[in-house]
Design a protein around this ligand. Sequence first.
Ligand SMILES: C[S@@+](CC[C@H](N)C(=O)[O-])C[C@H]1O[C@@H](n2cnc3c(N)ncnc32)[C@H](O)[C@@H]1O
Length: 246
Amino acid sequence: MNYDDFADLYDHQYDLYRDDLHFYAGVAERAGGPVLEVGAGTGRVTAFLARRGVRVVGLEPSARMIERGRARAQEQGLDLTFVQGDARTFRLDERFGLVIAPFNALMHLYTPNEQLSALENIRAHLTPGGAFVFDLYVPRYGEMNTLRHEGETFYGPEGSRTDVFLVQRHDRPRQHVTTEYYVDTTAQDGTLRRRHYTLTQRYYTRFEMEWLLRCAGFESPQVTGSFRGGPLEESSDVMVFRTRAK
Ligand SMILES: C[S@@+](CC[C@H](N)C(=O)[O-])C[C@H]1O[C@@H](n2cnc3c(N)ncnc32)[C@H](O)[C@@H]1O
């Protein structure tokens, strides 16, 4: 899954997503040392942590996402470090007391081999006993093959409006959900421009992830159903995992 095409839409959609920011800032401040963020995207979390005085390295495979992250750093006068690389194969000389993978970054690892390679590699970049903290969507299988609008409308400075429509398809045997985005920008004169993006995510069940972590040399994780703590339950939207390297 290459996020290059997705970078512009990503910031429109998620720049205002803030549910996780204070959680990751708290975890990073308690850890005390430098933090590695895996799948840093355009630096939404990276920049928030840096503003709080945390030294954070953002690992991200997409050149276009990094470009946007660097532009954000420049706009906000922040000193952000991005490294281009893949969770499965990156190699850094530094070891970290904390690695984070916010907002579903691990949902772009599609097979057990890819998942184990990434988790083992992350573990290899932790100091002994270092922490690994990440969140994943709870598997949600909404209505398939139905075009819907979930209230995402953005207004441009030149009077345009952009509406995001989406259709989801599920491949249950592979635990994949593919979202086709149809992004319509209507200019003031009524002219319509449609762009199309495809995003495939690999869903995990809670216990599947617990076993993967154990296989990759992590302790049995603490799992909560929100960023404020509390158990994972029927109504939870996210699964938040906290574990340590054994
Ligand atoms: C949903 S975004 C989250 C971005 C950022 N962490 C945030 O919270 O806004 C997932 C990110 O994971 C990145 N990603 C995809 N495959 C990856 C891989 N194999 N290794 C590391 N990152 C990956 C994508 O390029 C994307 O930027």
